[in-house]
Design a protein around this ligand. Structure first.
Ligand code: UD1
Ligand code: CA
Length: 464
């Protein structure tokens, strides 16, 4: 969805589009408060890593060059960045000496001369492409430094924006702020944008004589102002710039992002019967007039076609659902599930790495994995594709207009031709030609009058 503001162009996209833009993404934080083996920036919000969000939004804001600053030996973070943006370059910050020091780890990238330099934080995933564009616009209008201010409910810990009228004079970090500066409620969102022409000179002028002994990125504001360069503060909501330091904040970021995704889905013509119970991924794609009932989860990589209905309590991931198809209630579509137009997948059905042709029906209690099912074929209740032999996976191919009787096991690899029938309860181990009937079950025996003899021999005497 386009909810994180990832539009290609917008009314506010102006002259900055012609300017080269570099995004420096700081991702060298240790993230100890997450209490995790996984690096903080690889934790996920709406099915995408926080780093992935930042790479997507900065790219959408026009950053054609991306430099990611990682901590020592963070090959995992580097690999994730490369996977999202193959051209991303990785810079290592060997010692964690502060945000300005971190940006300078990417000095070589900045020195290549992009006009706009966006500085984004890998642990601040909710900043929209639109906001990054507004920062770029301030640069295009002549600012050397553009920052994001927000009204903090509790300003403790944040840098404060020190202004004189409209002019932004400095950012004072909480620990270094005077009592009167601490009374300021307009806080620094952290991410900012620097004009490429002066960025390195400003960053190099930053010292570390402050309460934390760190090289503060925020100091570039005061340095720029003193040098007569223009500084600008734009405002954003606190919600948008919230950073993630622990699991509680990760949950908050998830909640904010879900709210945004639900709003965007509703706005684009999806019916969410109970929006707060539906969980979406950043890349969930909907056609128009889709109906989603309560308690549905969309993992990454899902596309839902026009007019499809997703019934309650379904779990969908890596799947494509064709126009007018119906899924659930209580269905599970796993990666590689591809449902054709008007296909139906009913309750307690799991589909994995399988295509269903147009109008195919799999209505009850079934597992279809590593398979293709032709158009208009009916799969009876309780059918299982036995795709795994304990070591390898095998495919099941079912043609169009076929009928698989209930409670059949299709032992892959196996092919069932167009129009074939499989008698219910069959275990199918050999291919079935088109239009044939296959019966793979024990023949039924009926012994008339057997029960009374049995009863007389073993049952209670005289009381029936
Ligand atoms: C920063 C701002 C503060 C702002 C706040 C908003 C500075 C000095 N202060 O403070 O004004 O109100 O964000 O949340 O910038 N990082 C590195 N290497 C380092 C240090 C930091 O990669 O050496 C990364 C962190 O992983 C994080 C980001 O830079 O993603 C911000 O650093 P952090 O230490 O969280 O800054 P704050 O103290 O929150
Ligand atoms: Ca922080």
């Amino acid at each position: 969805m386009t909810t994180s503001g990832e539009r290609a162009s917008s009314p506010s996209a102006r002259n900055h589009d012609a300017r080269r833009c570099l995004a420096v993404v700081l991702a060298a934080g240790e993230g100890t408060r997450m209490r995790s083996r996984r690096p903080k920036v690889l934790h996920e919000v709406a099915g995408r890593s926080m780093l992935g969000h930042v790479l997507a939004t900065t790219t959408a804001a026009g950053a054609g060059e991306i430099a990611v600053v990682v901590g020592p030996d963070r090959d995992d973070v580097a690999a994730a960045a490369k996977k999202a943006i193959p051209a991303a370059e990785i810079h290592e910050q060997r010692e964690r000496l502060g945000t300005a020091h971190a940006v300078l780890a990417a000095r070589a990238a900045i020195a290549r001369g992009a006009e706009d330099v966006i500085i984004a934080f890998g642990d601040t995933p909710l900043v929209t492409a639109e906001t990054f564009r507004r920062l770029r616009e301030a640069l295009a209008d002549g600012a050397a430094v553009a920052v994001l201010g927000f009204e903090a409910a509790d300003p403790t810990g944040y840098g404060r924006l020190v202004r004189d009228g409209d002019a932004l004079l400095a950012i004072r970090e909480h620990k270094d702020a005077s009592a009167s500066e601490r009374a300021i409620t307009l806080c620094n969102g952290g991410v900012m944008a620097l004009a490429g022409s002066t960025a390195i000179a400003l960053l190099e002028a930053v010292g570390n004589s402050n309460a934390k002994g760190e090289y503060y990125l925020t100091d570039v504001v005061e340095i720029a102002h003193r040098r007569g360069l223009a500084t600008r503060a734009l405002t954003v909501s606190e919600d948008e710039i919230q950073g993630v330091n622990d699991r509680a904040q990760l949950a908050q970021a998830e909640a904010s992002f879900q709210k945004r995704l639900r709003g965007a889905a509703l706005a684009m013509g999806v019916t969410l019967v109970a929006p707060d119970t539906v969980f979406l991924s950043a890349d969930t794609a909907f056609g128009t007039d889709v109906v989603v009932e309560p308690n549905v989860i969309f993992g990454p990589g899902v596309t839902i076609g026009d007019g499809a209905v997703i019934h309650a309590f379904s779990h969908i991931e890596g799947a494509t659902v064709g126009a007018g198809a119906s899924v659930g209630p209580f269905a599970r579509l796993r990666p590689g599930a591809d449902l054709g137009e008007g296909a139906r997948v009913g309750n307690f059905v799991e589909i994995k790495a399988a295509t269903l042709g147009a109008g195919a029906k799999v209505n009850h209690l079934t597992y279809i994995g590593d398979a293709s099912v032709g158009a208009a074929t009916n799969i009876g209740a309780g059918t299982i594709t036995c795709n795994y032999d304990g070591f390898r996976k095998h495919r099941t191919t079912i043609g169009a207009n076929a009928f698989i009787g209930s409670n059949s096991s299709l032992v892959a690899p196996v092919t069932i031709g167009d129009g074939a029938f499989v008698g219910s309860g069959s275990v199918i181990t050999a291919d079935v030609p088109a239009d044939a009937l296959a019966l793979g079950r024990g023949r039924q025996a009926v012994k008339e009058g057997w029960v009374p003899l049995f009863r007389d021999k073993f049952g209670p005497k005289g009381d029936h």
